[in-house]
Structure formats: C-alpha cells, structure tokens
Write a protein that binds this ligand. Structure first.
Ligand SMILES: NC(=O)c1ccc[n+]([C@@H]2O[C@H](COP(=O)([O-])OP(=O)(O)OC[C@H]3O[C@@H](n4cnc5c(N)ncnc54)[C@H](OP(=O)(O)O)[C@@H]3O)[C@@H](O)[C@H]2O)c1
Length: 434
C-alpha cells in the first residue's frame, strides 16, 4: 500500500477532501492548498443543493482570492458531517472514493461556550463518520489515505492546572479540559478518535492551532478571532488592561500554510503539531495597537479590567467578551486562578524549517493592520479625531523599512473584505465567537 498524499518525492496530494472550507480557517486552508499544491480540492459544504453549495464556496473564496478561483481545482460537494454517509449523493460518494488521497478535516461546530451535547454530534460524531469514509476510500483505492485532523490546543490544558506542567506536541488530549466546557471536551474526543484511527489504511496527523488571529499581511480577520472581542471591549470601555497574559497564537494565513506544509512532510503521519508561534503573544502588544490608532484609553490592572468587562454585559460591544466567561479570564490570565503554562511548539517549527517554512519574526505592525481592518469593517468605531494627543504608531522595534502600515495588499495577497468572515457578524452573535 502506498500513500499518495505524502510528499516523499515532491508529488504532494492529488485530490483532497476538505471540510470546513466555508469557515474562517477552512477558507484560508482552501486557498493555501490551491496556492501551494497541485491538488484538486473537494470541499464538503452544507447546502440545500449542489448549486447552493457552489455558491456558498464561491462567496467564501472571493474575498480571499480577489477573483474567481479555478473551478476545476476547487469543487464544492454538498454534504453534512451530521448526516449518514456525510450526506453525499451516491454519485459523489463513488467519485470521491476513487480519487481522494488526503482528507483535511477542518469543519467543526466551533462554539466556545456551547454545551457538550450540542457540539458532540458534529465534532465527535462528524469526525468518526469522516474517518469511516476515509477508511472506505483506502479500501476501495488500495492506497493509504492521509487524514489531517484540525484539533485545538484547548484539548490539552487540564483543569485545575498543575503548577509544573509542560505542554508540548507529545502531550495527549485530556478529558478534564479547560475550563470544563463542551467545546474542548468534544474536540478532545474528536482528536482521540483521529489518533486511534492511525493504521489500517489511514495515516493520521493532528494539527493543534491556538488563538488564530487575522491575516498577517492585510489584517483581515473574522468573528473566529478571539482578539477581536478583546479590542472591541477595550474601545467600548475606554480602558485597556495592564498585566494581561500571553497566549499561544499565530496568524490565520501562517496556520493554513503550516498545515499544508506539514501535511506533506514525510514523517508527519502519526504525529501532532502545534500551530502557534514559538513565543507566546503578549496581549499587551495587541492592546498597544489601540492608542497607536488614535484611541484614548486609560489603563487598568487586568483583574480590575476583567471585573469591569463583566459589569458591562449589556453593552453589545463588551458582551461578546463577557459572554466567554472563564475562557476569557484564562485568555487574559486575569488573576492567580487563571494563570496557564506556556505551550511549546519547538518540534513543529523544527519540522517546518525542514519544509522550508522557518518562523518569521512578528511584524510589529501586525496588530495595527488588524485594528485598521476592524475600523474599516465597522467592527470598531473610528477613533475620535478630537481626541489628542494621538500616540505615535509603531513604537515597537520596527524593521528599518517599517513606516505606517501598508494596508494595500501586495500582489497575490488577498484583498481585505467582509463576508462570512466579517467581524461585523461578531457584534450580533457572541456565541459564534471562538
Ligand atoms: N478559530 C480559532 O481560533 C481556532 C483555534 C483552534 C482550533 N480551531 C479549529 O479550527 C477549525 C476551524 O475553525 P474556524 O474558526 O474556522 O471555525 P468556523 O469559522 O466556525 O468554521 C467552521 C466550519 O465547519 C463547518 N461545519 C460546521 N458544522 C458542520 C457540519 N455539520 N457539516 C459540515 N460542515 C460543518 C462550517 O460550515 P457552515 O459554513 O455551513 O457553518 C464551517 O465551514 C475547527 O476544527 C476548530 O476547532 C479554531
């Protein structure tokens, strides 16, 4: 049995089945697969019929590609992780069974504070159904199928957190996951199902992103970005925290590219990767972009700031953060109870260096672009021009070439746009915030 999806000879995947392409990370992953492989990408899309599926995929991709994508390489397939046989028509089932060599499973019900019983059917049941289908493909094609499972770092942080805990790629998912919510538990079970499926015709690789923030080049972000409710709350309250913690994080385009590169790394199967920067992202660096953009904010110690967030539940700009409850308190490290150990990603970056994707230094303008994008998208009110003095931007150590952030997309960089990933949507749906 051979594995066609692994890049032992520079071949790469030929045909990929991707779930979650209409979502925040999945859309970027579809783009990365189009850009960095020669594969045909079949996207499982929830829809009323085939033409609706095609429309949904096109709508998601247009802001990313800036122009219609090559239709022969990105193909919508109507389906549903909750339906028997993934809701595929007999024809699609047969066609996919004969062509697919790689599965990227990015689809999930991503509601950070949702109850387990609501999330498990898609996250656990859907993963098991997809594994069953991947096994069927391996049997019918006589070739191993590479199953890449997109998990989350939330699967490995136990609660309560032991004082000396090392969290790295070798840490298995745990059942007492932080902070005892349905989402991490459902994702931990899904990851276990994927790990257990390794062998017997399947080769599985687990990818664990942390906090995924906006595009590194354009700042374009989505309501999946956990930094967005932090920034919106700070602007609405007129305050920002000092002493907030640091989080394992990376930009959405870097995460998507890393998934593509690692998934064709010859020794990837059977391994787990952490898709976060080597150094945790200090949230103070994120908040610091607000005064540089012209917002006049007072500072409060993080515990006081979190208290003030919880006192403003009725404010629609603050509610998305307050509604995250303990999840937000852990994110901010808002007090001794909410401290968390760093997450290591050294093994991942070693593998990525072998793939020709070394870690890039964090561009000091990254969060200026994010804030600019949120202002242009309407997710943040523009800073008042009457408020002065406006602190100079880019006080952090900027590369010699850094001036005002260039929000003009570089050639080949997708244009910023709203759409399914619009941060505006975040205002109306706090449960959708991840
Ligand atoms: N965003 C983060 O910060 C983050 C961090 C760590 C890990 N992750 C993981 O990354 C993956 C993508 O997350 P995301 O933030 O991109 O989420 P997202 O924007 O909510 O996208 C979720 C995707 O899954 C699809 N989906 C949900 N239920 C489905 C079903 N029953 N059948 C078929 N498709 C279904 C959605 O389709 P519809 O468009 O039809 O709803 C959408 O395409 C998830 O596995 C998540 O756990 C995300």
């Amino acid at each position: 049995m051979t594995t066609t999806g692994i890049d032992a000879r520079g071949v790469g995947p030929r045909a990929v089945l991707l779930t979650g392409a209409t979502g925040s990370l999945g859309g970027e992953l579809a783009l990365a697969l189009l850009t960095h492989t020669r594969a045909t990408v079949y996207c499982l899309v929830r829809a009323a019929d085939q033409s609706h599926a095609t429309d949904r995929l096109r709508t998601r991709m247009l802001p990313l590609t800036g122009h219609p994508y090559p239709a022969h390489r990105l193909i919508a397939v109507r389906g549903n992780l909750l339906a028997p046989d993934l809701g595929l028509t007999d024809r699609d089932h047969t066609e996919l069974s004969t062509v697919i060599d790689t599965v990227h499973h990015c689809g999930a019900s991503v509601h950070l504070t949702g109850p387990y019983r609501k999330l498990a059917p898609a996250n656990v049941g859907g993963t098991r159904s997809l594994i069953t289908f991947a096994r069927h493909i391996a049997r019918s094609s006589g070739q191993r199928v590479h199953f890449i499972h997109i998990s989350t770092l939330a699967t490995i942080v136990p609660t309560p957190i032991p004082s000396a805990l090392r969290l790295d790629e070798a840490t298995p998912p745990c059942h007492q996951v932080l902070p005892d919510l349905g989402y991490p538990r459902s994702k931990a079970e899904a990851e276990e199902a994927a790990r257990d499926a390794h062998g017997n015709g399947l080769e599985t690789t687990v990818m664990r992103p942390g906090v995924i923030y906006g595009h590194s080049g354009t700042g374009r972000t989505s309501d999946a970005d956990l930094l967005v409710p932090l920034l919106r709350a700070a602007v609405a309250l007129g305050t920002m925290p000092t002493g907030a913690g640091a989080v394992p994080a990376d930009a959405v385009d870097t995460v998507a590219r890393a998934i593509v590169e690692l998934s064709r790394y010859p020794t990837a199967p059977g391994h787990t990767f952490h898709l976060v920067r080597r150094t945790q992202l200090p949230l103070t660096d994120v908040f610091a972009a607000l005064p540089r953009a012209g917002y006049h904010l007072r500072t409060l110690p993080v515990e006081q700031w979190w208290q003030s967030v919880q006192e403003h539940l009725d404010d629609p700009q603050v509610a998305p953060l307050a509604g995250l409850g303990d999840m937000a308190a852990y994110l901010l490290a808002a007090g001794p109870r909410y401290q968390h150990p760093p997450v290591h990603s050294d093994a991942t970056w070693t593998a990525l260096a072998h793939c020709g994707m070394p870690e890039q230094p964090l561009d000091p303008n990254t969060f200026d672009r994010l804030v600019d994008w949120l202002i242009n998208d309407g997710a943040l009110p523009p800073p008042s021009p009457t408020r002065a003095p406006i602190p100079a931007r880019h006080r952090m150590e900027a590369p010699a070439s850094a001036g005002r952030p260039d929000t003009t997309p570089a050639v080949g960089t997708p244009a910023p746009a709203s759409g399914p990933g619009s941060a505006t949507r975040a205002a109306s749906n706090q449960q959708q915030l991840r």
